[in-house]
Design a protein around this ligand. Structure first.
Ligand code: KIV
Length: 270
């Protein structure tokens, strides 16, 4: 485990304590056993089984196509493969918008798969769902700003909360806290607005493209590690896994073609 990680399990109250202590919360997406185990060892506080799995694992061009069953399956893999982090699972598009019953039923399935909390996108229009989930014993993380499940309505990947939209975004974040959310993700939000929200809310904010004034940060792990090759302004690649994996695959192929692999030490005697 990294030196900066505390040994205790991270749960929702831990994140609130981190905010009080001024300790930044670290969150990465994870959808599989290897990344979950590695990020646990690295001291990441929260593993998000995001609907971005639709893009990063399943090859869709939008999270609109990610299915609940996919997230349930990936949540189980992540939960079985880590000890310390809080496992946060996304409610997929279409699993909560129509009714509070839908929200609770799908939330329960994510918790039974191993999640410690669920995340859903939206502001004041989904408060009944947030309240119903919290009343059912399911911790909820909000998500405002750019909400990828609404990309078709928002007209593309755009910064939200500029100009007149600022007050509405602020009111959404406050309302989510009042409805019982334990944290709120702020995606593609101007940094001054994200800072104002973070200073106002008692619960932590987790930013992605929302500046350093948030109480924590989240990135899609394949972007963070330079595997996806996706590096917009708000992403920093902390490694170049794409080149490294490509190099390994090419060297493997060369060795197979040259018949230098497998060598005697990789081969069984009769
Ligand atoms: O699904 C996801 O990866 C997310 C993050 C972008 C916050 O929701």
């Amino acid at each position: 485990m990294s030196e900066s990680a505390t040994p205790r399990k991270v749960r929702t109250h831990t994140l609130r304590d981190f905010k009080k202590e001024g300790r930044a919360i670290t969150m990465l997406t994870s959808y599989d056993t290897f990344s979950a185990g590695i990020f646990d060892e690295a001291g990441i506080d929260v593993l998000l089984v995001g609907d971005s799995a639709g893009n990063t694992v399943l090859g869709y061009d939008s999270t609109v196509y990610t299915k609940h069953e996919d997230i349930v399956r990936f949540t189980g893999a992540v939960a079985r493969s880590c000890t310390r982090p809080l496992v946060l699972a996304d409610l997929a598009f279409g699993t909560y918008q129509a009714s509070v019953e839908d929200a609770v039923r799908h939330g329960v399935e994510l918790m039974q798969a191993g999640a410690h909390a669920v995340k859903l996108e939206g502001g004041r229009e989904i408060l009944p769902q947030v309240e119903a989930l919290v009343n059912a014993g399911i911790p909820v993380c909000g998500h405002v700003g750019f909400t990828p499940q609404s990309v078709n309505q928002l007209g593309g990947f755009k910064v939200q909360g500029r100009g007149e939209g600022a007050d509405a975004l602020f009111a959404d974040a406050v309302a989510l806290e009042e409805a019982g959310a334990f944290a709120v993700v702020l995606e593609l939000v101007p940094a001054p607005l994200a800072t104002r929200v973070s200073e106002t809310l008692e619960v932590p904010t987790i930013g992605i493209g929302a500046g350093a004034g948030c109480d924590g940060q989240v990135l899609v792990w394949q972007d963070m590690a330079g595997l996806s090759g996706f590096e917009p302004r708000f992403v920093k690649a902390f490694a170049d896994l794409r080149s490294e994996l490509s190099r390994a695959a090419r060297e493997y192929a060369d060795a197979v073609r040259a018949k230098s692999f497998p060598a005697p030490e990789h081969t069984f005697e009769q």
